[in-house]
Write a protein that binds this ligand. Structure first.
Ligand code: GLY
Length: 402
């Protein structure tokens, strides 16, 4: 994932801003002298500092169980790359060598994922950890791990279906979830890094089939399309994590927006940009996108407006809308992302330092129909929030943020 080129002026600005602040200082009340941006980055820094001292590599913080205890991510958990990724991003934001050391330590803790082949989520797991590490340090060992991981992901591709298989578990035949768009970036990267076109061909085929089979006429997406593995015919379209088969699960829409924006950046093919713009149009004009732009966990539940919001969906959308605005020069995308980030940076969503099990954001929903991770902090919300903040800083450097 691209975020920032080296920007020493911004790094310097934050170093000066952060100098002298106590690691253990409590979060200050919001005040006029502290912008939402500086506050959210400082809270992130302090939470990640505490988390990196408290948690151990290989047992990364994932979310919170209903009884309030921490839910850990071991290396094979699909979310294992997000915590090392957040450490790389805060290192990028403030240039503090402490965070580089921590990012290296927690990335090493998931070293075995490169040989794992039983999930499509290898893209998330590798790109956030090793991918950021390689981008920021040029460490060749990280490059090798990424290539090995891409080879593992490629084992899940079927010529008969033209897609990467998402999950191995029953009762599905050949399930492909819209989330899988995010994993394609490992393949596009590997194609460029190795010169092997097969990785790019797989990514293109998967993305093209996703446009054809996951998207509805209104440009919302099904969560899961189940294919016949022998001939690629569609068996069923349905949801697993959303409210209903025909509903619009918010994070799924966010993955699609991000995924097609990324595919356009990676390939320069116009139809991916068109798809991203169509998804953006669906989201921006949705009558049930709340005024503060933090979506309900699904756009179509019967309980709106008294239903849970999903901060993770907002963070992913914010990061994607920022990138889309750079690819289109559409300031509406930028303004929407800015509103999302400002609201995520308010006390309703941003943690108090030392609280929230050291996560940065509160109020995400993982898998509500599975009674799992409902209205809790989750590590990928934090990762995409930091990525969006970094993109925002890069886009607004030299301008006043308030
Ligand atoms: N499967 C990834 C997610 O829950 O969004």
């Amino acid at each position: 994932m691209i975020i920032l080129k080296k920007n020493f002026r911004i790094v310097l600005m934050f170093l000066i801003m952060l100098a002298g602040r106590s690691v253990h200082a409590q979060q200050k009340p919001e005040n006029q002298n502290e912008t939402w941006l500086t506050r959210s980055i400082e809270v992130s820094r302090q939470q990640l500092l505490l988390a990196s001292k408290y948690y151990a590599p290989g047992m990364n913080p994932r979310s919170v169980w209903p009884n309030g205890e921490l839910r850990y991510a071991t290396p094979r958990d699909w979310t294992s790359g997000f915590f090392p990724g957040s450490l790389w991003l805060i290192y990028e934001l403030n240039g503090d060598q402490f965070f580089k050391t921590q990012a290296e330590r927690f990335t090493a803790g998931i070293d075995s994922v490169q040989y794992f082949t039983h999930t499509h989520d290898l893209g998330f797991m590798h790109r956030c950890s090793y991918g950021n590490g390689y981008r920021l340090t040029g460490n060749e060992a990280y490059k090798e791990a990424l290539i090995t991981g891409a080879r593992s992901l490629a084992t899940r591709y079927s010529d008969a279906v033209g897609c990467i298989r998402s999950w191995d578990m029953p009762p599905y035949n050949y399930p492909v979830i819209v989330d899988n768009m995010m994993n394609l970036e490992l393949l596009t990267w590997a194609s460029k890094a190795t010169g092997e076109s097969k990785f790019m061909e797989m990514a293109l085929s998967h993305a093209n089939n996703t446009i054809k089979n996951h998207y509805r006429p209104d440009n919302s997406s099904y969560h899961l399309v189940d294919y016949n593995p022998k001939n690629g015919k569609i068996i069923e379209k349905m949801t697993v994590q959303g409210y209903a088969d025909e509903s619009s699960w918010a994070r799924g829409q966010a993955w699609g927006l991000y995924g097609f924006t990324m595919m356009y950046r990676e390939t320069n093919r116009e139809h991916y940009l068109e798809q991203a713009k169509k998804i953006a149009h669906f989201l921006m004009n949705h009558p049930r996108l709340p005024e503060n732009k933090i979506p309900y966990w699904d756009f179509d539940t019967n309980h709106i407006p008294n239903d849970y919001r999903d901060a993770s969906a907002a963070a992913i959308m914010a990061s994607a809308f920022l990138e889309l605005s750079t690819l289109t020069d559409n300031s509406e995308y930028f303004l929407l992302a800015e509103t999302m980030l400002k609201n995520l940076s308010g006390s309703q969503y941003l943690a108090e330092v030392g609280q929230n099990n050291y996560f940065i954001l509160k109020h995400s929903v993982g898998h509500l129909p599975g009674y799992s991770e409902i209205d809790v902090p989750i590590n990928y919300a934090d990762y995409y929030f930091l990525e969006a903040l970094a993109r925002y800083i890069n886009m607004t450097k030299g301008k006043k943020n308030d």
